[in-house]
Design a protein around this ligand. Structure first.
Ligand code: SF4
Length: 374
């Protein structure tokens, strides 16, 4: 058993909460950047890493620096965080990067680290949309920045795209996608803009397009990117074949991942845990050598529900045989009635042993999955 454990692969998420400014649509937990605060924080991540040394004996298949703004880390800080980890030679190591922090000097420094995938918080290629989102870069800068990444041999680049902005239409989405395609990213993540009541742009909620317009934009994105050669492999994600996000696939396939840093949450079967969403409480926990804070051991029923919730986000869906092997019970035995009902109204399809959302269910996936598991 011990051997099995040590051989089983793991993903690692590292959260860096600091940001230079607050984006208008953001309701994530973030902290204002100060060099001294980041320095102190990295020290805690290193200490937290030691607390999980038993789990971290497992080979790391993926590592993801997310935030916040992880590109505030220097190459030396990235190396300090990665030091001593059991990283597989072909591991995917992603860094979310703010376009403004892409400089020749920073990219050259990153090349001295094992980071091999960049996820760029571009959001749009329309300057008035970028200004409305309170992003501090513009489309002209982005073109130069991506060229710089290519020059420094970063060949696995993911770009974020936000749709559903005020006054947006299929035409504005098309303009943005055309501009993205010229940059030839290996991966594109498309997010629907949502404004929570506590985000700086909360007063603008009334200006967002209605659901029909949003559905039209989403469907357009899906078909346009497909035509351009991208595989639509997850509800919001598109990739040139072979460049799907290996780290995010771990989430969607309910595979183990450890998470370090304030507010980060992890999944180590059969347990979820979450670090405090408060920097001082997080520091206290690390000082007191607390591991797996707020841990919750899930019942088999909850694990199955989460597995379906995440797995159905993938266009390939859930393989019934794999489900059976994993849970020792056929999926149809648990959910036959709901599955048949959803197949009948063309929200689910069952083909070649895979249960998946239909094309028309994608935009309303939460409701469909809710109908299945609740
Ligand atoms: S959207 Fe990202 S970069 Fe902007 S404030 Fe939120 S976490 Fe920071």
């Amino acid at each position: 058993m011990e051997q099995d454990f040590q051989a089983s692969q793991l993903g690692l998420y590292i959260h860096i909460p600091f940001c230079l400014t607050k984006c208008g649509y953001c309701s994530f937990f973030t902290l204002p950047f100060r060099q001294s605060s980041l320095y102190e924080y990295v020290g805690y991540i290193e200490k937290e890493k030691v607390l999980y040394r038993y789990q971290l004996k497992r080979p790391l298949a993926t590592i993801y620096f997310g935030g916040g703004t992880p590109s505030l880390l220097s190459a030396e800080q990235i190396m300090a965080i990665l030091e001593g980890l059991n990283i597989l030679p072909d591991a995917e190591i992603t860094l979310e990067i703010n376009p403004l922090q892409i400089t020749e000097q920073y990219l050259k420094a990153l090349k001295t680290t094992p980071v091999n995938r960049l996820s760029i918080g571009m959001q749009s290629m329309n300057n008035s949309e970028l200004a409305w989102l309170n992003r501090h870069h513009n489309m002209e800068q982005i073109i130069d920045k991506i060229a710089l990444c290519r020059k420094e041999n970063f060949n696995n680049i993911s770009l974020d795209l936000i749709y559903g902005l005020p006054n947006s239409s299929v035409q504005t989405v098309q303009q943005t996608v055309d501009a993205y395609l010229k940059l030839q990213p290996e991966h594109i993540s498309c997010y629907l803009l949502t404004l929570d009541e506590d985000c700086p742009l909360a007063d603008e909620i009334d200006k967002l397009p209605n659901e029909d317009i949003l559905a039209e934009q989403y469907e357009y994105l899906c078909s346009y990117l497909k035509q351009a050669g991208y595989t639509h492999y997850e509800i919001s994600n598109f990739a040139i074949p072979g460049f799907e996000s290996k780290h995010n696939l771990r989430y969607w396939k309910s595979e183990d991942y450890l998470a370090l840093g304030v507010s980060a949450s992890g999944w180590i079967y059969p347990m979820r845990y979450q670090n405090p969403v408060d920097i001082n409480a997080y520091y206290e926990n690390v000082k007191n050598r607390v591991i797996f804070p707020q841990k919750e051991e899930l019942s088999n029923q909850r694990i199955i529900q989460d597995y379906l919730m995440m797995g159905l986000r993938l266009r390939e869906g859930i393989n019934l045989q794999e489900f059976n092997e994993r849970f020792q019970i056929p999926l149809m035995e648990i959910y036959r009635e709901q599955i048949n009902k959803l197949i009948k109204i063309k929200m689910l399809t069952l083909q070649e042993g895979n249960l998946a959302l239909t094309e028309q269910a994608l935009f309303v996936s939460n409701r469909v999955i809710g109908d299945l598991i609740l």
